[in-house]
Design a protein around this ligand. Sequence first.
Ligand code: DAH
Length: 357
Amino acid sequence: MSGIDALNEQLSGLQDAAVKAFAAAADPAALEQLRVSYLGKKGALTEVLKGVGKLPPEDRPVIGQKVNAVKQALADAWQATSEKLESEAVSLRIEAERVDVTLAGRRRDSGAMHPVHKGLQEMTAIFSQMGFSIAEGPEIEDEFHNFDALNIPLEHPARAMHDTFFLNDMSNEKGEPMLLRTHTSPVQIRAMQRCMEDGEPPLAIVAPGRVYRCDYDVTHSPMFHQVEVFKVDRNVSLAHLKGVLQHFLSAYFEKDVPIRLRPHYFPFTEPSAEVDIGCVFCKGSGCRICKNSGWLEVLGSGMIHPNVLASVGIDAEEYSGFAFGLGVERLVMLKHGIPDLRLFFENDVRFLRRMGA
Ligand code: DAH
């Protein structure tokens, strides 16, 4: 066999072997190894081409064409396999990372504000819009702010152990016992003291917060919320108290509710009144909830007692004030027709959801 024929045969053999080998490559790394071994600088093709130099010059263009054809065939075969392997790899990844978009989603429960907190914010906002400043006081109080300064004498039942949570192992700087405040009225004392440090009344405050009493039944919980509202200025009268109450209660219940002030006794106000609203359930005609009276008691109020003003050094001859304190849970219950106070604290999501939480 002449030189050119032998070379031709070698080239054809190489092409067949390489095309087969490329097609059988299992992955891109194997294909790359094959490419180097056939087409690389020290590869099989280079080896065969060494024979070209030994051919007579007239044969060289002929074998040159053959070489180009073989190179092209190898390149095409490599390309085809490479594309095949790549698309196989993509399919494998798609399979591995498959997401079934037809599956129903997993619902995430979303949280919401607790109905009592929502009520607290609504109430505070109404007073804030009327010009009252928001103040807070400590939940751990001493007897002076919770009782003495509010004209609550030692023999008053609210001071008895069974109502008040006293804190063991805790006393104020005077060594006096500490307790969980039983109402928000001590904020009156603290706010008036602060006011007197660097000035004089007027003072108009709304004080929302938690209070504590040793009690638990359908209408009582050991922790509940109150909003305390008071104003001290020259010439403050019962008329101001009634006007503020009328506006607040109608705004909170989102309708014109009739109110009445019923004489009562509180140690820290004189005169004192309990405030009733026309029953929101029967509109005053009498029902089970208002015990057929047509009225619902909603809060305690009065004109701040001169002794209370005196306890913080405010001249009761010059200044007067009104005050009232309301139970937040009670008002929220009345607004939404909730029968049992304990529902607020049991955190049953069926209840909270119905409340829009
Ligand atoms: N502090 C009273 C209580 O918790 C409520 C109250 C009554 C507050 C009359 C007042 C008021 O400011 O004037 O039962």
